[in-house]
Design a binder for this molecule. Structure first.
Ligand code: NCD
Length: 348
């Protein structure tokens, strides 16, 4: 596969292979010089048409740690402001010879459209309410790491995970429900009726109206942000009422199992989805999720651009005259290693 648009496109085996590759890149992260030449000579454009702190920064760091060249495209400072269409913008970027476009956009489906306009590998960094596949992958990585679940293609079998809160507007909920169930977990949605999707036909989940009824029986309690920027009026009576029924309050956290994980994709509204004291509880792994975003996104970029891509048939061959990345993605990018790769001495 050349693009990563949706978790739907990945099998359980694909998910596991990205997580295993991320293990290798996590090992690179721990080195004094956390950089490898795996994507040397490749250019990655970060095209974010919607705000982002952690996703953009972590793709940027991930690409640089693979020695790719990174271009930050800023929609607000581009010719889109002068009326250029999205298609012309993407074709313009592509004409400069980029290898991958990482896209975030407020409208669902934009990464799919872009993939039809460019030969570059498209990675979805969040589109509307639709999908956020790298968030799902880094969340799977975090659960697997914290619970030590490394066996087979169904490592989450027997685990019960609740996605709590604003499911309706959440691309994270859609991606994560698919990824968690593909890996064998049971997923339950816990939300007020107004924040559930109008239909959950096709969602591999059950629904519960009361957080208190399920909280003591969860392996993972995953809280979603109340996404006011996507919400019409009248869906929530007040933040206070929401917190009382669906927030992880200090009182409610007492009923969570001692070995349960508390997760949130960020940005958190402390005091709404999660009380400030609980956000700092040892069971909360929110910063661990952020940290894992880097090796997981290294694994994704390497999977779509490196020789280890999902679909080997798409990989450029030497006869096409393209520079291949180094054969060993974990080889350190020291000046001497770089020189060796440039001279063709190391698996290029
Ligand atoms: C999420 C997003 O943008 O979809 N954040 C993130 O990428 N970490 C979730 C959110 O905004 O609530």
């Amino acid at each position: 596969m050349r693009d990563l648009i949706s978790i739907e496109d990945l099998s359980a085996a694909d998910l596991v292979s990205v997580l295993e590759l991320a293990d290798d890149f996590a090992e690179v992260q721990a080195r004094d010089m956390p950089k490898v030449p795996a994507l040397r000579g490749r250019t990655v454009v970060l095209a974010f048409f919607e705000d982002s702190t952690r996703t953009r920064t972590s793709f940027d760091i991930a690409a640089r740690r693979l020695s790719a060249d990174v271009v930050n495209f800023s929609a607000g400072a581009s010719s889109l402001k002068k009326g250029e269409s999205l298609r012309d913008t993407i074709e313009t970027i592509t004409a400069m010879g980029v290898d991958s476009i990482v896209v975030r956009h407020a409208s669902s489906g934009v990464p799919t459209m872009i993939s039809q306009w460019t030969d570059a590998a498209v990675v979805n960094a969040g589109d509307g309410w639709h999908q956020h596949p790298t968030q799902a992958l880094l969340d799977c990585y975090t659960i697997r790491e914290r619970m030590n679940l490394v066996e087979g293609e169904q490592p989450f079998a027997g685990k019960r995970i609740a996605l709590v809160g604003d499911i309706k507007h959440s691309r994270v909920a859609r991606s994560n429900a698919q990824a968690f169930t593909k890996l064998g977990a049971e997923v339950v949605l816990v939300a007020p009726q107004t924040l559930l999707p109008s239909s959950i036909v096709g969602w591999p989940v059950s629904v519960e109206a009361s957080l208190d009824d399920v909280i003591g029986d969860l392996d993972v309690a995953y809280f979603l942000r109340i996404q006011k920027e996507r919400m019409g009026a009248g869906l929530l009576p007040s933040d206070r009422e929401y917190r009382t029924r669906f927030g992880l309050t200090v009182d409610r956290a007492q009923y969570l199992r001692p070995d349960a994980l508390v997760m949130h994709p960020g940005p958190m509204n402390r005091g709404v989805e999660i009380d400030p004291e609980v956000a700092d509880d040892p069971r909360a792994v929110v910063l661990g999720q952020v940290a894992n975003g880097v090796p997981v996104r290294m694994a994704v970029l390497y999977s779509v651009l490196g020789p280890g891509r999902f679909d080997e048939q798409d990989a450029p061959t030497e006869s096409e005259g393209q520079a291949e990345p180094a054969g060993d993605p974990m080889a350190t990018a020291s000046p001497s290693a770089d020189a060796a790769v440039a001279s063709g001495a190391v698996g290029a």
